[in-house]
Write a protein that binds this ligand. Sequence first.
Ligand code: PLP
Length: 361
Amino acid sequence: MAPENTAGPRHVDTVIGASGRPGRSPGASVNVPVELTSTYAADGAVNYARVGNPTWNAFESALGELEGGLALVHASGMGAISAALSLVAPGGTVVAPDQTYNGTGDLLMAFERAGGTVVRFHATDTAGFVSALEGADLLWLESPTNPLMDIIDLQRVLARSRDLGVTSVVDNTLPTPLLSRPLELGADVVVHSVTKYLSGHSDVVLGATVVADTERGRAIGERLQRHRTLHGAIAGPLEVYLALRGLRTLAVRFERACSNAALLAERLAGHPAVGRVRYPGSGAMLAIEVGHDDAAAERLCAATHVWLHSTSLGGVESQLERRRRHPSESTSVPVNLVRLSVGIEHVEDLWCDLEQALDAV
Ligand SMILES: Cc1ncc(COP(=O)(O)O)c(C=O)c1O
């Protein structure tokens, strides 16, 4: 049997390529199989496929290594967010940004309607977050925020919540573990829409939660796993296989997408049809304010040929959308804001397409 390669530094690109593989016994396949089963012969470690699946385990160990913790795969990002929000009891208090991904915002409003309290601050109001944590039950963070691209001081806010023992959750979908590792800053739970960068090819809808490999983290992880099993929002093994296959190329995809985004942010800032460019300085997402009204922003989205007018992000293909077309989007998002998810195409093709579409606005 070939020895496990433990030599040399474990760079993140190497971790992504190597983790979640079957062992290296002679004749072993290089990938885990898609285990299509609903149940297992009795007396094994797992008795039913709503509880666990070997294809899930491979993805979970790869993502766990990337985030530095223990991962669980969920049926969607919203499934992961619902599981994480179940950590706060009905009637409890949540501290959150005043603008988050709109699905999270909707769930927080439902939590309030059911008698809970949500205390909200602007993403950059670090003092507000820090002062509100005493007596709170759960801290919810997302940085950059989607779609305003505001940055939260995760380090300071998470340090305070850790000191007070407040359960903290960070949606790490936009930065990915390549740019941010919230568990290292003291977060209790990281959530992902795996649908986006981690799988990266716009062909699956999946989510994940990750907790620290500590006594506290494992206890939280057991609650999340129980929620997944009982509420039944579980992932199909084929989707998880595809997500793991996509994850293998995360580092190269993300590097290209981020460098494309940096150049486009610079050029967009010089275009007369563009007002404000919201680019956090890293990552592959940006948002622009186009012309003076929603019609100008819609005209831009309708006029591109390379960019796909669609509502997702994080795929290899560049996508754009005026976010306020969704009635549930926060009113703090300008009506003429177009969110850009920059893909891995040639940056000059992306710019040419945007430029001709902006000229038509
Ligand atoms: C930041 C963020 N979190 C969570 C979600 C929800 O994920 P899913 O669509 O996989 O349920 C999204 C979806 O756009 C998102 O952008």
